[in-house]
Design a protein around this ligand. Structure first.
Ligand code: HEM
Length: 364
């Protein structure tokens, strides 16, 4: 689905579901570790079937409030501060390797009370990276089996963290989730572990790519950098416009009955892929779509999805992105691309991302 209307319809359609076992080409993994991991993935929020999903999402809503997200701001600023301190003496750096790859995963690990700069934080980052790469339905079987083994180690670490919080509640998101309750219903340890997997799966690479691609698109439009710098009131909209222009997630759904979208017949068992990038370059909805306009009207924006699986991290992602772009532009004078824009490599598999983004700035 590449047009805006069919993309939106597919992401909300009741009979296009997330259960990949409905796919006509689905093959269960033969490796037992990979199979066990696949079962577990069914219980991570972004992959969950309708009913259990709605129950967990209801409980989550109790902890993942706007207030709780706003409360993360000091932690977000301090993570960025640490990363920028590492960059400042360099004059030239790679935004992907030196900042984007670390930033969102650290935010999540601190949301779960993992000690800053600890060995555990390093392990968490390392495992999360392998785990995120494995969420791709087109991954070869051997690679899937290899990453399932890393995921198993990651789960051990996560379960230790959950148990510690259960025994010793603190003032963080995980403790709030442990105590979240609705009509006597609570999340089990296994559900909490799956939830953490879901947040890592959905909230790290997405945000890391958005930081890097967004910065690339901003810096190659110096007139818009000036707007960003001079008018802070435009920054919240700027984050959304940069997502519109550059974000390239793919959403996948499987048809549980024959249906039709935008005049295209879809048979039961077929996979429907929605291209966020194409949908947000649909000229009937976003005129002159390749132009970056930080003041653009973005009523029709659908970068956070829609329907049942609407992005749980919307507020967090917006906060992370606005803080990152602002800290970089305000904190590193004269920030600019260090290579011609044609040399910046962008890859697209089921995600659109920048491989490396060399930047430079004026040293104080
Ligand atoms: C720029 C960053 C982000 C973008 C563009 C983004 C986009 C999306 C989209 C399009 C979906 C729906 C997927 C579908 O319909 O299949 C989604 C779901 C989700 N996102 Fe995000 N996201 C971002 C950041 C985050 C962050 C920071 C978190 C949390 C830490 C997060 C947590 C989630 C979760 C848990 C889901 C699944 C919700 C559910 O199934 O109920 N996302 N996101």
């Amino acid at each position: 689905m590449t047009g805006h209307a069919p993309f939106v319809e597919a992401s909300r359609h009741d009979d296009l579901v997330i259960d990949r076992r409905l796919w006509e080409h689905y093959e269960a993994p033969t490796d037992p570790v990979a199979l066990a991991m696949e079962d577990r993935m069914d219980e991570a929020l972004p992959m969950m079937a309708d009913q259990p999903h709605d129950r967990v999402r209801g409980l989550l809503g109790k902890a993942f409030t706007l207030r709780a997200v706003a409360g993360l701001e000091p932690s977000i600023r301090s993570i960025l501060g640490e990363l920028i301190d590492g960059i400042r003496p360099k004059g030239r750096f790679d935004l992907v390797a030196d900042l984007a790859n670390w930033y969102p995963v650290r935010v999540i690990s601190r949301m779960f009370g993992i000690q800053p700069n600890s060995e555990r934080e390093a392990l968490f980052n390392q495992y999360a990276d392998v785990f995120v790469r494995s969420v791709n339905p087109f991954l070869p079987a051997e690679e899937r089996a290899r990453s399932a083994r890393v995921q198993a180690k990651f789960l051990e670490l996560v379960s230790e963290v959950v148990e510690e919080h259960r025994a010793n509640p603190r003032d963080d998101l995980l403790s709030a989730l442990i105590s979240a309750e609705e009509d006597g219903d609570r999340l089990s340890t296994s559900e909490l572990m799956n939830l953490m997997l879901g947040l890592i799966m959905a909230g790290t690479e997405t945000t890391a790519s958005a930081v890097a691609i967004g910065m690339f698109d901003l810096l190659r439009n110096p007139d818009q950098v000036a707007v960003f710098r001079e008018d802070p009131s435009v920054r919240a909209n700027a984050v959304l416009e940069l997502l519109r222009l550059g974000a390239g997630l793919q959403i996948e759904r499987f048809a549980r009955r024959d249906l039709e979208i935008g005049g295209v017949p879809i048979r039961k068992g077929q996979m429907v892929v929605g291209s966020m990038y194409a949908a947000h370059h649909d000229p009937t909805v976003f005129p002159d779509p390749k132009r970056l306009d930080l003041r653009r009207d973005l009523k029709e924006l659908a970068v956070f999805g829609g329907g049942r699986h609407f992005c749980l991290g919307t507020q967090l992602a917006k906060l992370e992105l606005e803080t990152a772009y602002s800290t970089l532009i305000d904190g590193l004078p004269g920030l600019r691309l260090a290579v011609p824009e044609t040399e910046v490599e962008i890859t697209c598999d089921n995600r659109r991302t920048v491989v490396s983004l060399p930047l430079e700035f004026d040293e104080a």
